[in-house]
Design a protein around this ligand. Structure first.
Ligand SMILES: Nc1ncnc2c1ncn2[C@@H]1O[C@H](COP(=O)(O)OP(=O)(O)OP(=O)(O)O)[C@@H](O)[C@H]1O
Length: 247
């Protein structure tokens, strides 16, 4: 087996004192090069905390984390610098607005279909355009690990569908390992090879998604996986809390 691009062993993270339960509690996880992984879990289960550790933004205080050098993150809000143009924001991924980096930024903007907005100011962009700029800024680094923290959550439904397709295409073209944090079970199944569920500080499910690509909701097996994942999140098919229904 090729060696994993990410390897976590016994990773724990606590924010409170020693009496507080840890947010992450002894996580073991390997992610293979090029693997598309989705991370689900209830609100407050620690998804962003895990993503920030993989991004190298938070220190590892308990356990071990082996991470690749080239990592890039796209957050829910695009976090663009308003005083820099679109291409200059993309070039931030490269450190330095040289002619060569400008060409790389332009190539990344072509890939996210935003060439026509290269000189625009971030405040004039739509939500979808801003997120595509964020994606271009991540891609331009040619990351081995691309971390996506609910990148479509604040977009309207149609833009969200377009962005999901774009991310699937970019992943197939560049093949970084991806960790996508999402609340959306269908989004996880449309994009990922593997879905993890975080619960009580541990990975409570690790489900392979062996559906053919391009993915569609109408594929045989899609709904069965959806129901299985919802169950591992403690929700039944209609969105009811399984525990409260059983009571
Ligand atoms: N810097 C911090 N200081 C103190 N507590 C924190 C910090 N960051 C996260 N937490 C706590 O850790 C827990 C997990 O937070 P996290 O944001 O990782 O959850 P999440 O699964 O991403 O939630 P959501 O789905 O609502 O975004 C929460 O209880 C949160 O309050």
């Amino acid at each position: 087996m090729t060696s994993p691009v990410v390897s976590l062993r016994g990773l724990s993270r606590r924010f409170g004192g020693p009496d507080e339960p840890p947010v992450l509690n002894g996580i073991d996880l390997d992610i293979a090069p090029g693997e598309f992984t989705a991370l689900l879990g209830r609100s407050g289960s620690g998804k962003t905390t895990l993503l920030r550790t993989l991004a190298g933004l938070d220190p590892v205080t308990e356990g071990e984390a082996r991470l690749p050098e080239r990592r890039a993150v796209v957050f829910q809000e695009p976090r663009l610098l308003p005083w820099k143009s679109v291409w200059q924001n993309v070039a931030l991924g490269l450190r330095g607005e040289t002619a060569a980096n400008r060409r790389k930024a332009q190539a990344a903007l072509r890939e996210v279909e935003l060439s026509h907005r290269e000189d625009a100011w971030p405040l004039t962009l739509s939500g979808g355009e801003a997120q595509r700029t964020g994606l271009a800024r991540a891609l331009v680094r040619e990351p081995e690990l691309l971390l996506l923290d609910e990148p479509f959550a604040s977009l309207d439904a149609l833009t969200r569908l377009r962005m999901q397709t774009l991310v699937a295409e970019l992943w197939q073209a560049h093949r970084p390992a991806v960790l996508l944090v999402t609340h959306d079970v269908e989004e996880a199944l449309l994009l990922a090879d593997r879905v993890l569920v975080l619960d009580g500080g541990r990975l409570s499910a690790d489900l392979p998604v062996d559906l053919p690509r391009p993915r569609r909701r109408a594929l045989p097996g899609f709904n069965a996986l959806r129901v299985k994942l919802l169950a591992s999140l403690g929700v039944d098919e209609d969105g009811h809390d399984a525990a409260s229904r059983a009571a």
